[in-house]
Design a protein. Structure first.
Length: 147
């Protein structure tokens, strides 16, 4: 089963059962961000977690198997997304990318933040002027090798 077919079935079952991503992640025993990413085809789940997700969604073993298969990350992303929320993240990188690079290199030296040894959390922060989105990214620093 292709990842896009798996995702379509997962989204349909999620909607039909009125489940939240948090509920599905709880069934998987993994973080909400990682589980959602796997269900959307961008990551793979361990077998046990995949079985729990398929059971929670009342989907068959073919979905659990598809959830365990490695993903071709970013493959579905267009060059420049038209979806407003995703575009805003690209905009943040356009506006603040060089700032983040400069600050990380000043604090750690030349290198990058891992997207493999990485976690991310999304929180809703109540605010009288309108609720805020708080995103915490935590990636291992990987210094450039010299030789």
């Amino acid at each position: 089963m292709q990842k896009d077919q798996m995702t379509s079935r997962i989204l349909a079952a999620k909607k039909a059962k009125s489940l939240s991503w948090a509920t599905i992640a709880h069934a998987a025993g993994l973080s909400e961000v990682y589980t959602t990413s796997a269900c959307l085809g961008e990551n793979a789940l361990p077998r046990e977690a995949a079985d729990h997700v398929a059971t929670a969604l009342e989907l068959g073993p073919e979905i659990a198997t598809a959830l365990t298969e490695y993903a071709n990350k970013g493959e579905a992303a267009p060059t420049i997304t038209k979806e407003p929320l995703q575009y805003r993240f690209q905009e943040v990188i356009y506006v603040y990318g060089s700032t983040l690079k400069a600050l990380i290199e000043e604090k750690f030296g030349p290198g990058i933040m891992s997207a493999i040894d990485f976690t991310m959390d999304v929180e809703k922060v109540p605010d009288p002027k309108g609720d805020r989105v708080k995103i915490t990214m935590n990636g291992k620093f990987l210094g450039y090798k010299t030789w």
